[in-house]
Design a protein around this ligand. Structure first.
Ligand code: BG6
Length: 491
C-alpha cells in the first residue's frame, strides 16, 4: 500500500468556506489526511464567507458536518482536537472592502510557506476574488489558486475568468479542478493504458470499433434546482467530466507524467474533436428530461415537480456521438451519455473491439462476438475483458463469450479515498498534472458552445423520459442507427 508523505506546512484559505462543497467534501477530505498524519502540525485552514459567524459557531458547524459526512466510524475525537485547532473563520464580502484587512492580517504574515486560495464559490466571483487578492498583496511565489468547476458558463466567460485570474496569478499557480481526475479509478486508466504493453497496439482505429463513456446517476437534481436549471447536463457533466474521460482514453501516450506532457496530450484530443454544429446536431445528439417514474423500485417525481419549474427546457440527460479527427481515431465514434434519474449510479467506459476478420467456425458453433473491455469507474471499480471460449464437452464445438473480471476491492483491501483528498494534496505539493490547463478548459467550452448553438438554431427539444429508465428511446436510436448498442450493466 502507498505510504503517506507529509506535505509542507501550509495556509489554506477556502472562499465559500461554509458552503456545501466545503462541508461535504473539502473539510472531510482534509480531516482524512489529518487522520493519516499527512498534515504538519502548524498548517492552518481558514474559512471565508460573507456572513458573520463566531469562531465557536464555525467550529460547531464543522464538527457536525464531519460527523454527518465522514463514513461511519471515521470521526476520531483526538484527531478532531488537532483539526479544530487549525481552523479559523473570517467574514469577508468579496465584492466590497469589508473583511479583507482582517483576512490579510491573518494570512499575510507567513510569506515563506505554501499558501492556497481555494475558490469554492460561484464562478462569477473568481475574477473579483483574484483581483482583490492581488490588491491586498496576498499572492507571493508560493501561492496557488484553486478554481472549482465550472470555470465560466461559456467560452467567452471562461476567457474572462481566466484573464482576470491570469492578471494576478501565473498559469503555473492556477489549479482548475475536475474532481473526476482525482478519482482512483480514473487515474487507474493511465495505469491500464500505459503500464500494460497489451493494449497500446490495439488502441486505435482498425481494432477498436467504438468507445462508450457513460456517467449515469440515479439521483435527481434535489435542492440544486435553481442552479441546475441554468446549467443542464451538457455543461454540468459533459463539458468537464465526460470530456476529460474522453481525453484520457483517446490521448497519445505522454512521454512522462509531467503536467505539461499530460495536459499537452489531452489538449490535442480536444482540439481534434470534430465540431458539432446546427448541420448535424440533431443526428449527433439527444437531449432528455426526466418525468415521474420509479428508481430502485421507489416512485420519484419528475424534474418539473422537483424544481417547481414546470416549463423548463433544461436537459437532465444528454447523449452525443463524438468524432475525433486524427490518425488514431478517424471514423471511430465515441458515444457519450450522462443523465440524472437513470436506473442506477454507474460510470463506465467500454472499448468495443472490432469483429474477427474472418470466422473459421461454422454458423452452428455460434458467432465469435467482438471482444469488449469494460472499465468500471464507479461503483464496483474494476475491469472486465470479454473473451471467446469453447464450451467444454466432447461433442460439437460451441463458442461462448466469457468475462475475465478484475474487481479492485477483491484485490486491494483499502478504503478508496475521496477524489478531493488526492486533489488537495496535489495542490499543496504543487503538482498540476491532475488539473486542467487554461487552454483545455477553453477548448472544451468551444466544442460545447457549438453544440448549444446548434440546439438553439434547430430548436432541438428536450425529449421526456421516465425516471428509472436509460433516457429517451432516441438515445438507443443514436447508437442503433450505427448498428451498435449501449452497454446495459444490469445484463
Ligand atoms: C458534479 C455535478 O460535478 O458531479 C453533479 O455538478 C454530479 O451534478 C456530480 O452529481 C457527480 O459526481 P460523482 O463523483 O458523484 O460521480
Amino acid at each position: 500500500m502507498a505510504k503517506f508523505v507529509p506535505v509542507e506546512p501550509f495556509d489554506l484559505v477556502i472562499f465559500g468556506g461554509t458552503g456545501d462543497l466545503a462541508m461535504r467534501k473539502l473539510l472531510p477530505s482534509l480531516f482524512h489526511r489529518d487522520i493519516d498524519d499527512q498534515i504538519s502540525d502548524d498548517s492552518r485552514i481558514v474559512a471565508v464567507s460573507r456572513r458573520e459567524m463566531s469562531h465557536e459557531a464555525f467550529i460547531e458547524t464543522v464538527q457536525s458536518a464531519l460527523r454527518r459526512f465522514l463514513p461511519e466510524g471515521h470521526f476520531d475525537e483526538s484527531v478532531w482536537q488537532r483539526f479544530a485547532s487549525r481552523l479559523s473563520y473570517y467574514a469577508v464580502d468579496v465584492l466590497e472592502e469589508d473583511g479583507w484587512g482582517e483576512l490579510a492580517g491573518a494570512v499575510g504574515a507567513h510569506t515563506d510557506r505554501v499558501r492556497v486560495f481555494y475558490l469554492a464559490t460561484a464562478p462569477q466571483l473568481f475574477g473579483p476574488i483574484a483581483t482583490a487578492l492581488g490588491r491586498h498583496e496576498l499572492q507571493h511565489g508560493q501561492t496557488r489558486i484553486v478554481l472549482e468547476k465550472p470555470v465560466g458558463s461559456d467560452l467567452e466567460s471562461a476567457r474572462a475568468v481566466n484573464g482576470a485570474v491570469g492578471a494576478v496569478f501565473s498559469e503555473d499557480q492556477v489549479y482548475r479542478i475536475d474532481h473526476y481526475l482525482g478519482k482512483e479509478s480514473v487515474q487507474n486508466l493511465l495505469a491500464l493504458r500505459f503500464s500494460n504493453s497489451l493494449f497500446e497496439p490495439l488502441w486505435r482505429r482498425g481494432t477498436v470499433d467504438h468507445v462508450e463513456i457513460t456517467v449515469a446517476e440515479d439521483i435527481g437534481v434535489g435542492t440544486r434546482g435553481e442552479f441546475y436549471d441554468r446549467t443542464g447536463a451538457l455543461v454540468d457533466m459533459v463539458q468537464n467530466h465526460l470530456l476529460q474521460l474522453l481525453c484520457l482514453v483517446a490521448m497519445e501516450p505522454p512521454a512522462g507524467l509531467d503536467p505539461a506532457q499530460i495536459r499537452g496530450e489531452k489538449l490535442k484530443v480536444l482540439r481534434a474533436l470534430r465540431p458539432i454544429t446546427e448541420l448535424d446536431v440533431e443526428a449527433s445528439t439527444v437531449r432528455g428530461q426526466y418525468r415521474r417514474g420509479a428508481v430502485h423500485g421507489e416512485a420519484v417525481s419528475g424534474y418539473g415537480e422537483e424544481t417547481g419549474i414546470e416549463s423548463s427546457s433544461t436537459e437532465t440527460f444528454v447523449a452525443i456521438k463524438a468524432m475525433i479527427d486524427n490518425w488514431r481515431w478517424a471514423d471511430v465514434p465515441f458515444y457519450l451519455r450522462t443523465g440524472k434519474r437513470l436506473p442506477m449510479k454507474t460510470s463506465h467506459i467500454v472499448v468495443q473491439f472490432s469483429p474477427v476478420a474472418h470466422s473459421i467456425f461454422p454458423p452452428q458453433t455460434g458467432r465469435p462476438e467482438p471482444n469488449q473491455l469494460t472499465i468500471r469507474l464507479q461503483p464496483d471499480e474494476g475491469v472486465t475483458l470479454s473473451l471467446m471460449t469453447k464450451e467444454p464437452g466432447p461433442g460439437g464445438f460451441n463458442l461462448r463469450s466469457l468475462p475475465l473480471n478484475l474487481t479492485f476491492s477483491e484485490q486491494f483491501h483499502v478504503r478508496y479515498p475521496d477524489a478531493y483528498e488526492r486533489l488537495l494534496m496535489e495542490v499543496l505539493r504543487g503538482n498540476q498534472a491532475l488539473f486542467m490547463h487554461r487552454e483545455e478548459v477553453e477548448s472544451a467550452w468551444a466544442w460545447i458552445d457549438d453544440v448549444r448553438n446548434g440546439w438553439e438554431q434547430r430548436g432541438q427539444p428536450v425529449v421526456p423520459y421516465a425516471a428509472g429508465t436509460w433516457g429517451p428511446t432516441d438515445s438507443a436510436l443514436l447508437v442503433g442507427r450505427d448498428e451498435r448498442r449501449w452497454l446495459d450493466p444490469t445484463e
